[in-house]
Design a protein around this ligand. Sequence first.
Ligand SMILES: NC(=O)c1ccc[n+]([C@@H]2O[C@H](COP(=O)([O-])OP(=O)(O)OC[C@H]3O[C@@H](n4cnc5c(N)ncnc54)[C@H](OP(=O)(O)O)[C@@H]3O)[C@@H](O)[C@H]2O)c1
Ligand SMILES: [Fe+2]
Length: 378
Amino acid sequence: MFWLKTKIIEGEGSLRRLSKEARGYERVLILSSRSMKRHGFLKEAEDYVRGVGAEVFSIAGLPAEPSVEVIEEFLPKVKDFEPDLLIALGGGSVIDTTKALKVFYDAPELNFEEIAFIDRFSKPKPVPKLRTKLIAIPSTSGAGSEVSGASVLKKGDVKYNIVTPEIAPDVAILDPRLPRTMPAEVARNSGLDVLVHGIEAYTTKVANPFSDAMAIKAIKTVYKWLPLSVKGDDEARARVHYAATMAGIAFLNARLGLCHAMSHKAAWIGPHGLLNAIFLPYVMEFNMERSDYARKRYAEIARELGFSTAKDLVEVVRELNGMLGVPELGELVDDETFVSRVEEMAEKAYRDGLVAFNPVEPKQEEIRELYLRAYRGE
Ligand SMILES: NC(=O)c1ccc[n+]([C@@H]2O[C@H](COP(=O)([O-])OP(=O)(O)OC[C@H]3O[C@@H](n4cnc5c(N)ncnc54)[C@H](OP(=O)(O)O)[C@@H]3O)[C@@H](O)[C@H]2O)c1
Ligand SMILES: [Fe+2]
């Protein structure tokens, strides 16, 4: 099965389509991060919505890499305003926050622990039908949250997913003017997440020809355009922006794998896309050494990029990381702290639901070894 719930609106200036999408709604809540206010996009969005007669309330300071506490902090504001339309204007962090707020606004009887995928050996409670419409307007080119059914939240130091079609946005507006204001580092980190989404989605056990098409196009686009996008090239920013959503459509269907399981459990160390980029080559080597399927699939991607083998693809990923200045893990966290937490991370990653989609099912010790190899840069 291949599915996509979200209506996608794309193009320069497409933010203006908010006027059409918000028509008929009375109370519109716009959630955004600081940069969207700073660069004038929040004001522009408010104007389009007010222009069609809705009452607008905006929250402009949502943080990056959200936690359950952030949801608890902002939920009362959502409940007080009683919106009939939610608009998330920002990166994956803002969109994920808005999705979780939608869950607990529409279904206040639920709590995070019972609906989140904490452990793949126990099933979370299903999320009931939710009513409030959600429009996602990504300002980074990365997470794919504008089409995915996932909201990723930190609880303590690690990340867990809420996954349900109920939180997949109803509409995504992809206006390339927004990601053009990203600092180079945000463009790099979020763009590398797109590459990881593409490569992991292409190699899961549930990939299908339709998710493959989205994954391959996203991978090729990032490979060709991300270095230019990081430098601030306008066309490159637009291309990577659309690729991010394509990769989102790929993993919405084909899911993700061990690399994301590992980065979610190491979330205390740094930004999501950066951690994924660091772990990816190690996970790929692990998978291709143990699975003919993984080796074949990596080789297919390599050929799409003009190379030939799975090993070539690992090299390509390492070179891209090097070219974009991705640091070693040892530059982000000291040896003692990392080693003291590696067993706990390995256990939690082993229990992460995404491991079930990875082409190889790893043992907990193997995940620990992968974390350590990534740390030592071997
Ligand atoms: N739901 C899913 O399916 C899914 C998939 C993968 C990852 N994720 C999650 O998504 C999050 C990462 O999202 P992300 O990579 O999109 O980055 P992000 O965390 O949303 O944004 C990173 C930073 O970039 C700044 N920023 C964003 N857009 C900008 C713009 N246009 N101009 C200037 N600054 C801008 C923001 O700063 P300001 O605060 O100053 O605005 C923000 O602090 C992680 O929490 C990850 O776990 C979710
Ligand atoms: Fe990701």
